[in-house]
Design a protein around this ligand. Structure first.
Ligand code: KG4
Ligand code: ZN
Length: 339
């Protein structure tokens, strides 16, 4: 058979993720092992990711995590067919750790490596869920660094329909949360606080909602939140939950409306949501409702695979290999082949 065992290493930002995925022609990809170490506690004191600390922590974690994954799967390094790692985008030093370890393992084992685009990992991550999508679909990619709508016709067949012209959706969550004094990372904290607030209590802008295109802009929203925070002064504490709820509602409304427009324009009847913000409960709830009204199927990654992880990297590598997108010469070259 052409079943393939792929190790995936993610180290682009503040999570070290390692996973083992098995793919085969016509078979549903299987996640055989999965380990993650989040650096959030380490960076919290600084209010954001400190690149040098991130790199050093990846170095500390990557081999123990790899051993844990192999143990979980009851296998050994020798059984691996491919070693995949996140090639970018991300922090240079952090990426180098994953790439260096992957290439060193590959050289020692005589196996090929495959560098994976981080966003392709996010994009394909719903294929590991219990309800995997089918091509073609519209993808809403919402992470801390990116906000994009894409038309996806197959593995490697991506057409950008629109994207943010300034901040990403996750960044809007994080920066607003910071203004509200909610610490880092702000997205989950802001959405938790929003549950106790009244979203109608503040009228915040919905940037580019009626722009007629599929682009996003969130910088103005952050400024509007800042203005409210200043205006409230000492009264902020009592109104914090309301402001959090209003902020979340503004971000979510724009994401939902533009996703529905993208579906209308492409005529596609399937939506895939991926990236960290895809974990947001209000976004899921409102997309579910809008898609139900429009007769569109919507797919999400498993909650624990929404944020950065190694599984999506191993999976994307496996799907590229199964789709024949990796030049065959790479398999012969064995070492250092990176695409
Ligand atoms: O995909 P991801 O883990 O990393 C990047 O590739 O950027 O996304 C991280 C982003 C952060 O901005 C974080 O605040 C946001 O996803 N996020 C959330 C939630 N969980 C994570 N935003 C809103 N609600 C959440 N529940
Ligand atoms: Zn990510």
């Amino acid at each position: 058979t052409n079943a393939m065992l792929i190790l995936g290493i993610e180290s682009s930002c503040d999570e070290t993720g390692v996973a083992l995925v098995e793919t085969g022609a016509g078979a549903v990809p299987r996640l055989l092992g999965h380990a993650l170490h989040s650096q959030i506690d380490m960076h919290r004191a600084y209010g954001g990711v400190v690149p040098e600390l991130a790199s050093r922590d990846h170095i500390r974690r990557v081999l123990p995590l790899t051993e844990a994954v192999l143990r979980q799967a009851g296998t050994t390094l020798q059984a691996l067919d491919w070693i995949a790692y996140t090639r970018g985008p991300g922090l240079a030093g952090a990426l180098l750790v994953g790439a260096g370890v992957a290439c060193a393992m590959a050289a020692a084992l005589g196996r090929p490596t495959l560098g994976v685009h981080h966003l392709e990992g996010h994009l394909l991550s719903p294929f590991l869920s219990a309800d995997p999508p089918a091509f073609p679909f519209v993808a809403l990619l919402v992470s801390g660094g990116h906000t994009q709508l894409m038309r996806v016709d197959g593995v490697g067949r991506y057409e950008l329909l629109g994207e943010t012209i300034d901040d990403a959706a996750g960044e809007a969550f994080d920066k607003s949360a910071k203004l509200l004094g909610l610490g880092y990372p702000g997205g989950p904290a802001l959405s938790r606080l929003a549950q106790q607030g009244d979203a109608q209590a503040f009228a915040l802008p919905r940037p580019l909602l009626h722009s007629g295109d599929l682009d996003f802009s969130f910088a103005g929203l952050k400024t509007a939140v800042l203005t409210q925070v200043r205006k409230l002064g000492d009264a902020l504490e009592a109104r914090k939950a309301d402001l959090a709820a209003a902020t979340q509602a503004a971000i979510v409304e724009v994401l939902v409306r533009k996703s529905m427009t993208a579906l209308q324009r492409t005529g596609l009847r399937r939506l895939v949501v991926a990236g960290g913000v895809g974990a947001n409960a209000l976004l899921r709830q409102q997309l579910d409702a809008a898609c139900a009204r429009a007769g569109v199927r919507v797919h999400y990654p498993e909650l624990h695979l929404c944020t950065d992880n190694g599984a999506m990297i191993a999976l994307a590598a496996g799907m590229r290999l199964q789709a024949g997108l990796v030049p065959l010469a790479a398999a012969d070259r064995r070492v250092g082949g990176s695409y």
